[in-house]
Ligand binder design. Sequence first.
Ligand SMILES: NC(=O)c1ccc[n+]([C@@H]2O[C@H](COP(=O)([O-])OP(=O)(O)OC[C@H]3O[C@@H](n4cnc5c(N)ncnc54)[C@H](O)[C@@H]3O)[C@@H](O)[C@H]2O)c1
Length: 252
Amino acid sequence: MRLKNKIAVVTGAADGIGRATAVLLAREGADVVVGDIQAAAAEETARLVGAEGRRGMAVAGDVRDRAVLERLVDAATREMGGLDILVNNAGTLGAGHFLQYEMETFDRVMAVNARAQFELSQMAARWWVAQKRPGRIVNVASVNAEFAMKDVAAYAMSKAAVRMMTKALALELAPFGIIVNAVAPGTVRTGMNREMLGGTRLEQRWVERTPLGRVGEPEDIAKAIVFLASEDASYITGQTLFIEGGRTLYMH
Ligand SMILES: NC(=O)c1ccc[n+]([C@@H]2O[C@H](COP(=O)([O-])OP(=O)(O)OC[C@H]3O[C@@H](n4cnc5c(N)ncnc54)[C@H](O)[C@@H]3O)[C@@H](O)[C@H]2O)c1
């Protein structure tokens, strides 16, 4: 067990990568606050954490709401008794062609994907600094932080912001013993794109262009998040780990 008795907050943990991360964190010995806008599914993730023998607590709400972020931190620090790991995972795609793109969608994508990660990281870091305790932040970015794709300009911008935020916070927080890294998944089979994939031509094309020959599963990403949250990664900070089966290695 690499995370025995640690306490983690995972946002967007009702489904996909977030749920897989909550379960793997628990399997490594951590208690988990499960944040998500989907209340019932968040409760189900908390139950799965419990099934691993650890405490799971669901906090329902939108990460765009500061009061919800405060509840996430309070659930960990006050109700569970501490905070060691923050996984900023909640995200939204908001796909659409640039020429038709609505600015309301742009604002939502930026607020969920970038602003909320910044705001929650600040709350967690302030707590760690006040308590003189070390901390870990793992942000979920995307290959789109680096590579353009049609119809996801706002999403890609938000993820590039996450990547730069990861470097900037790593630099500013290192003196306080706070380590900040990110993962950048390729295409992963989750709610975000299940409909787009599902044996379609798009999935086939992605698989053909991925050296490791398959789409990612949530556990592929969760395993890397657990690694970055663990002592095994104690000399790594400010980095973004691309987890995409080699999809971005060559031009095609
Ligand atoms: N699936 C992929 O191919 C892929 C690729 C690269 C990056 N990512 C990133 O991985 C992260 C997790 O996504 P996923 O693929 O597991 O998708 P998902 O849809 O299964 O999970 C996202 C979760 O975030 C929650 N969420 C969305 N908006 C929220 C809000 N405003 N407040 C609180 N919770 C909110 C959703 O309810 C959902 O449970 C996201 O940041 C996403 O951008 C996914």
